[in-house]
Each structure stands twice: as structure tokens, then as C-alpha cells.
Design a protein around this ligand. Structure first.
Ligand SMILES: [Zn+2]
Length: 87
């Protein structure tokens, strides 16, 4: 089941609306499933291994990985704030 969820940094900055599949922890962000990128951070062209930092608090939010030719952002669990949206 796909639900649109909203991801926040732990400082409260709104980051993304995202179509997430299923319940459970939010580990990765696939660019193609982002429905709105509030911060535009995830639209940046980044190389593998580069990280995204919150412009508000400086926390490292995610690191770019390349999985089977697809760009995937692996979220830093320590930087994730609240997630809005039904499970
Ligand atoms: Zn932040």
C-alpha cells in the first residue's frame, strides 16, 4: 500500500512529500517517489557518497548511494524528525 508521507528534519524543517510503501522505518528515499521537495535538497546533482545537510540546523540528513544504477538517498536515522501521514 502506497501512502504519501511528509518527512521533517528533527529541527522541524519540512523536507519532503513522498510516496512510501508500507509501514515500518523510513530508511531510503528514491528520487522518483518524491512528490514534493520542499527544501530542493534532494533535487541536487550529487555524486555517490556525498551527503545532504539540513540548511537550518546543519545535521546530515542523508547520503547518496547508487543501487543497481538508481540514485538512492540513505537517511540518517539520527536526523529524522517527525513523519506525517497514516501508516
Ligand atoms: Zn534540521
Amino acid at each position: 500500500m502506497w501512502r504519501t508521507k511528509t518527512l521533517y528534519c528533527k529541527c522541524g524543517l519540512k523536507l519532503l512529500d513522498y510516496r512510501k510503501r508500507g509501514p515500518g522505518r523510513w530508511i531510503k528515499v528514491h528520487r522518483s517517489r518524491i512528490s514534493k521537495d520542499y527544501s530542493t535538497l534532494f533535487e541536487q546533482k550529487l555524486a555517490k557518497g556525498e551527503s545532504i545537510y539540513c540548511p537550518n540546523c546543519g545535521e546530515r540528513l542523508a547520503t547518496v548511494q547508487n543501487v543497481s544504477g538508481k540514485w538512492v538517498f540513505k537517511l540518517n536515522q539520527g536526523a529524522i524528525g517527525k513523519i506525517k501521514g497514516r501508516a
